[in-house]
Design a protein around this ligand. Structure first.
Ligand SMILES: Nc1ncnc2c1ncn2[C@@H]1O[C@H](COP(=O)(O)OP(=O)(O)OP(=O)(O)O)[C@@H](O)[C@H]1O
Length: 365
């Protein structure tokens, strides 16, 4: 996927910006002082993917203070296809997305796909398990609409089951039916997550070694909320084991009034040289691991879908030391995917070959 032209109007502090095809490259850097609109440009590209902004779920916040609507248009390629997308939002109304001038829903298969790095992602390794589940689910939802549907269905059954557990008298018969439905969806979710993690693990090792000039043994392991031997992980055993465990803990769940196991409680563990990264790796090592993981996300997406997503990086360079900054830029400059990144300062880095845009007060200068 490559953006060939981008036009942004009335979006946050951007009145009107056009990035034409002849100026855009494979590696694009938005530079400038704080508060000038660099991240706003990245945010505009991000919401073209149909996702809500990573900074605010409220679209009204994205409209320029003095305007009533914003508009983002991009010409891009997805595989062999030449496409044009337009997103318009008018205050207090719902957003409208047009693909090749036809109105579409935000789950359309050719809507732009993205991998995003924001400074907050540095907490991916040591933050809450929910962050890691969101990371893997975001990726799987972009890869497959069926997975997005599966997660939605699982959520609905879970909600019903939790309501049932909150009742004074729990009806075992109803709970048994819900358990059957829940474990069926759970097994499918877990299996897809594990398969994706295995693919990510292979990619992340190579990328980490390149960016850090060291042969590190990186492992990513899916941590289930119920016990099952590694060699027995498949859809039918997952389903059967989860069902058995649910029966075992039924009294406990009745007391706690909530579902105590399932993919909504699973975790993902990262190991650096056989030690759990969140407890033993340095801040810098965790940071480098997240950067490698994000690149692995783009590579893995392409291996499954046959084309690359856009790679969007907000302020990653300030988090890295001099040598790693230059190695990352070299990697991104030569990568097969297109990158858009923001950077306050590019004085001491080699940006040869990159398209550099100086952003000042919501304009390109
Ligand atoms: N709805 C809006 N309308 C107009 N301006 C807005 C709106 N929302 C945010 N802004 C302005 O946009 C600017 C922030 O832009 P942005 O986050 O892109 O900065 P940046 O260049 O990435 O800066 P930094 O280097 O500090 O991260 C701020 O000046 C803010 O006041």
């Amino acid at each position: 996927m490559k953006v060939k032209e981008l036009a942004v109007k009335n979006f946050r502090n951007i009145k009107e910006i056009l990035l034409p095809e002849e100026r855009l490259g494979n590696l694009n850097i938005f530079t400038g002082n704080n508060g000038q609109g660099k991240t706003n440009l990245l945010e505009a590209l991000y919401i073209l993917s149909g996702n809500s902004s990573f900074r605010s779920p409220n679209y009204d916040h994205l409209v320029n203070y003095e305007k009533e609507y914003f508009n983002i248009n991009a010409k891009y390629t997805a595989g062999e296809k030449d496409l044009e997308i337009g997103l318009t939002y008018t205050r207090s109304k719902s957003k409208e997305i047009f693909l090749n001038r036809k109105k579409i829903r935000s789950k359309h298969p050719y809507i732009p796909k993205v991998v995003l790095f924001i400074p907050d992602d540095l907490y991916l390794i040591k933050g809450s398990p929910g962050r890691r589940r969101n990371f893997i689910d975001f990726m799987l939802k972009q890869i497959s609409a069926e997975y997005a549907y599966l997660i939605e269905e699982y959520g609905k059954i879970l909600k019903k089951r939790n309501l049932m557990l909150k009742k004074e008298a729990i009806r075992d018969k109803t709970l048994n039916i819900l358990d059957g439905m829940l474990t069926e969806k759970a097994a499918l979710i877990i299996m897809q997550r594990i398969n994706l993690i295995n693919m990510l693990e292979k990619e992340v090792r190579d990328i980490y070694s390149f960016l850090n000039k060291e042969e590190a043994d990186i492992k990513i392991k899916y941590a289930l909320s119920f016990p099952i031997p590694d060699e027995k992980v498949n859809i039918s055993t997952l389903k059967a084991r989860m069902a058995e465990e649910l029966i075992k803990i039924r009294n406990q769940e009745g007391m706690r009034k909530t579902t105590l196991l399932g993919p909504h409680l699973d975790d993902i563990n990262f190991y650096y040289n056989n030690k759990l990264a969140r407890f033993f790796s340095s801040q810098g090592q965790q940071r480098n691991l997240v950067v490698a993981l994000k690149i692995a996300e783009a590579q893995t997406f392409c291996r499954i879908r046959g084309f690359y997503p856009l790679f969007l990086l907000d302020e990653v360079l300030s988090e890295l030391d001099y040598e790693r900054r230059n190695l990352l830029l070299k990697y991104l400059g030569e990568a097969e995917f297109q990158t858009f990144m923001t950077a306050v300062n590019i004085d001491d880095i080699d940006v040869k070959g990159a398209a550099v845009f100086n952003v000042k007060d919501g304009s390109i200068v």
